[in-house]
Design a protein around this ligand. Structure first.
Ligand code: 0PR
Length: 382
């Protein structure tokens, strides 16, 4: 650190230089991310609550109320106005909290949780942290977990099951209602990771898309991850963890005797209230109508992209269910690196080897047209 501080001008000149190196959502080049350009109103709300700390909520009762209301709104959307939970740092913390409840609720000495192999790597982190064994189940031809294999995997050490509503690599939706029944029949904890799908599926259903139930409507569902900083258009960090009711929270709480509130349930202690404020602002401002519009735009562009990719001709890994397109390409690594040099960031799923595009709200049709032109060049040259 230097002795004498730099001027504001110099600081921002230096900041701009490095900021220039980053990909920008507006360029349309970010086709690999589940995050998007935050909505201007979310940004404004975020800024307004920058100095708040939900880790000492007694000092910020207004912000705490925003968090409670944001959780209630998400809960109502997912058919449970009584849901209790938090706006946390992201899907990783949300999934960790869900498994922490399951482990503490069951008190089994060698706990096992059944997850599809498509589950996000945050479950590996959670399992390692909590000393839970993950039992990973293979997928069917639609990239959904194999129900029969889930049943067979249950042992006396099993405490819970995880289903994914919108898998990271394919946007597939596991058969949540079957998993819910299995969990109920075997008295197991059931967590649904809808980090990506939770703010899209309800709106696609309202628009008439035929997607089975995936939320608290199903009696076996104990908790749901739903991330405002993905399809919710809130800035990072804004993850969501919802439990069926507040009786679950006692499995998380530790005492914080000298703070303004005497118990804490989240992993982070000092934690921003800005994510909760931005989430609240988005849910209130966009309303169902706004989110429906955004979901429809994304899914229509996804279908356009999928059809154009088939015309190239390239083979889709699966017909898109949510706003993710995955397709097979020979020499995928080489194609991805050529695309990157042209300003396109796409990801490389391994199961099966393919290229993945996430069509988030910042992606426009013209971006996709330009992308397809470049893609065609590179697959011709391969
Ligand atoms: N659950 C699911 C289904 C996810 O897809 C993700 C992240 C998580 C949980 C974890 O959420 P957090 O990352 O908020 O903790 N899925 C994206 C992924 O790994 C996250 C992401 C976002 C990656 C933006 C890249 C990126 O540029 O692909």
């Amino acid at each position: 650190m230097q002795e004498k501080g730099l001027s504001e001008n110099t600081i921002f000149k230096l900041l701009r230089e490095l900021h220039k190196k980053d990909f920008k959502y507006d360029s349309g080049g970010i086709l690999s991310s589940m995050c998007t350009k935050p909505h201007p109103i979310a940004k404004k709300a975020y800024q307004m609550f920058l100095e708040t700390n939900l880790g000492d909520a007694g000092l910020f009762p207004g912000t705490k109320q925003l968090e409670i209301e944001a959780v209630q709104m998400l809960g109502s959307l997912l058919h449970n106005p009584k849901a209790a939970g938090f706006i946390v740092s992201g899907g990783t913390e949300a999934n960790l909290l869900a498994l922490r409840v399951a482990r503490n609720m069951y008190g089994v000495s060698k706990p096992e949780v059944i997850v599809p192999i498509s589950a996000h790597f945050s479950f590996d982190k959670a399992a390692d942290t909590l000393r839970i064994k993950l039992v990973k189940i293979e997928l069917d031809e639609n990239y959904c977990v194999k129900i029969q294999s889930v049943k067979k995997a249950i042992t006396k050490n099993t405490i819970g099951i995880v289903g994914v509503a919108g898998t990271t690599e394919h946007g597939a939706i596991d058969p949540i209602s079957e998993l819910s029944e299995i969990a109920e029949a075997n008295n197991l904890y059931f967590h649904v990771d809808a980090a990506f799908g939770g703010l899209t599926i309800p709106f696609l259903k309202e628009l008439g898309y035929d997607i089975p139930e995936f939320d608290f409507k199903l009696k076996g569902v104990d908790s749901i991850t739903v991330d405002p900083h993905k399809m919710g258009m809130a800035p990072i960090p804004a993850g969501g963890i919802l439990f069926r009711d507040n009786s679950y929270l006692k499995y998380l709480e530790v005492e914080t005797p000298y703070l303004s509130e005497l118990k804490q349930a989240t992993i982070l202690s000092t934690r921003t209230g800005a994510g909760a404020a931005a989430t609240w602002a988005m849910l209130k401002h966009l309303g169902k109508e706004g989110y429906k519009e955004s979901a429809q735009r994304c899914i229509e562009l996804t279908k356009y992209l999928a059809e154009e990719i088939k015309k190239l001709p390239l083979e889709l890994v699966m017909e898109p269910v949510l706003n993710i397109v995955t397709f097979k390409v020979k020499n995928a690594e080489k194609v991805v690196s050529c695309l990157r040099k042209r300003g396109w960031a796409v990801s490389l799923p391994t199961y099966p080897k393919s290229i993945r595009i996430v069509v988030m709200p910042h992606v426009k049709k013209q971006h996709l047209k330009n992308f397809l032109k470049d893609l065609k060049k590179f697959i011709d040259k391969r």
